[in-house]
Design a binder for this molecule. Structure first.
Ligand code: ATP
Ligand code: MG
Length: 138
């Protein structure tokens, strides 16, 4: 089992001024920040990041949204990082997310759901290296 996961604070949460509160909740949950940057995705970059979803009906909307503003990308470290981070963020649809989870607190809809979290150890490594060179990971 790997001990890293990858996250993005999505454009909705950045625009609403929630970067600080979300990072505080991530730190309080015991994750260590191994790499972090604020950046903006192009349609093309968002399309490559979410390539696994390209057959899904919401793919175009997802890429438009993810390139609509700044994001904060980070690699996080903790034992059982992938599963624990998905518990911390809550269900994809904030209406179904547990009380106190990041999506329950900060997301507005299934599309604009405040944060991304990797769904497997393998994808955490792929997604982390999509954004960060080895020399940017500490
Ligand atoms: P993420 O990968 O962002 O952590 P997730 O793993 O909970 O989210 P996925 O099924 O991987 O959910 O979907 C990726 C993203 O696509 C979601 O976070 C959401 O922004 C968007 N999405 C998923 N389902 C829908 C939908 N039905 N309508 C609109 N957007 C959706
Ligand atoms: Mg996912």
């Amino acid at each position: 089992m790997s001990n890293i996961t990858f996250t993005m604070i999505k454009p909705d949460a950045v625009k609403a001024g929630h970067i600080g509160a979300i990072l505080a909740q991530i730190n309080e949950a015991g994750f260590r920040i191994k790499a972090m940057k604020m950046t903006k995705l192009s349609m093309e970059t968002a399309g490559r990041f979410y390539e696994v979803h390209k057959e899904r009906p919401f793919y175009g909307e997802l890429c438009e949204f993810m390139s609509s503003g700044h994001i904060v990308a980070a690699i996080l470290e903790k034992n059982n990082a992938v599963a624990d981070f998905r518990t911390l963020i809550g269900a994809t649809n904030p209406a179904q997310a547990e009380e106190g989870t990041i999506r329950k607190r900060f997301a507005t809809s299934v599309g604009e759901n405040a944060v991304h979290g990797s769904d497997s150890d393998e994808n955490a490594l792929i997604e982390g290296s999509f954004f960060f060179a080895g020399t940017e990971q500490f």
